[in-house]
Design a protein around this ligand. Structure first.
Ligand code: 5RP
Length: 218
């Protein structure tokens, strides 16, 4: 099986958590794209979706799935999204696709976070994948210097503007042994919009695409 086939297995397996008549929280990325394809097959049974990015919104609409503004709903049963890394405590690094802030918002209003990944995303310690931080443009240098103080090596993600009009700094070289503490520390820095550490709001269910199909940890 290729990595994409494993992503597909995870994405389609998440359909099992979609309730009839519900509005579904939808993340962003290549694994989620498979989930959106799966969601298209049951579009008559759901009310619609709340999306975490313009890219996912476009794909949902193309398949005829209604997309609700986040402010129109008070809560969601489930949020389905991928991750760049996930540890045994179901804490994640996200934001490889630069959608971390909206992802965190949709995850926050959802009762259950269903994380869909291929087997390469599981790690013992978070941090090999550079940690994305969404930053207000004028704070770029300041936030970079603060990342150095935390032991990281900040790299400006060239040519990327988030859906919120901000920039992304990818922080290399971190070994994140206390994800919740680091999430709090980085979020407290002036100019940081969101750090791509999902430790306080981790995943509730993990669906991993493997050579043998999707494995579910509920
Ligand atoms: C986007 C994300 C994605 O969930 C993460 O990058 C995983 O992407 P993929 O499913 O393409 O491997 O956080 O901001």
């Amino acid at each position: 099986m290729t990595q994409d086939e494993m992503k597909k297995a995870a994405g389609w397996a998440a359909l099992k958590y979609v309730e009839k008549g519900s509005i579904v929280g939808v993340g962003t990325g290549s694994t989620v794209n498979h989930f959106i394809d799966a969601l298209g097959t049951v579009k008559e049974d759901i009310k619609g979706a709340v999306s975490s990015s313009e890219v996912s919104t476009e794909k949902l609409k193309q398949l005829g799935i209604e997309v609700f503004d986040c402010n129109q709903v008070s809560s969601l049963d489930i949020y389905v999204d991928g991750a760049d890394e996930i540890n045994a405590a179901r804490e994640m690094i996200k934001g490889g696709g630069a959608a971390l802030t909206r992802e965190k918002i949709v995850a926050a209003i959802s009762d259950k976070f269903v994380c869909i990944v291929d087997g390469t995303k599981a790690v013992d310690v978070l941090g090999s994948f550079p940690l994305p931080v969404e930053v207000i443009p004028m704070a770029r240098s300041y936030v970079g210097r603060e990342m150095v103080k935390l032991g990281g090596d900040p790299v400006y993600r060239e040519g990327v503007t988030t859906d919120n009009g901000n920039i992304i700094i990818d922080v290399h070289g971190l070994s994140i042994t206390h994800p919740k503490e680091l999430e709090d520390k980085i979020n407290a820095i002036a100019g940081v919009v969101t750090v791509g550490l999902f430790a306080h709001r981790g995943a509730d269910v993990v669906i991993t695409g493997t050579e043998n199909g999707a494995q579910i940890e509920d």
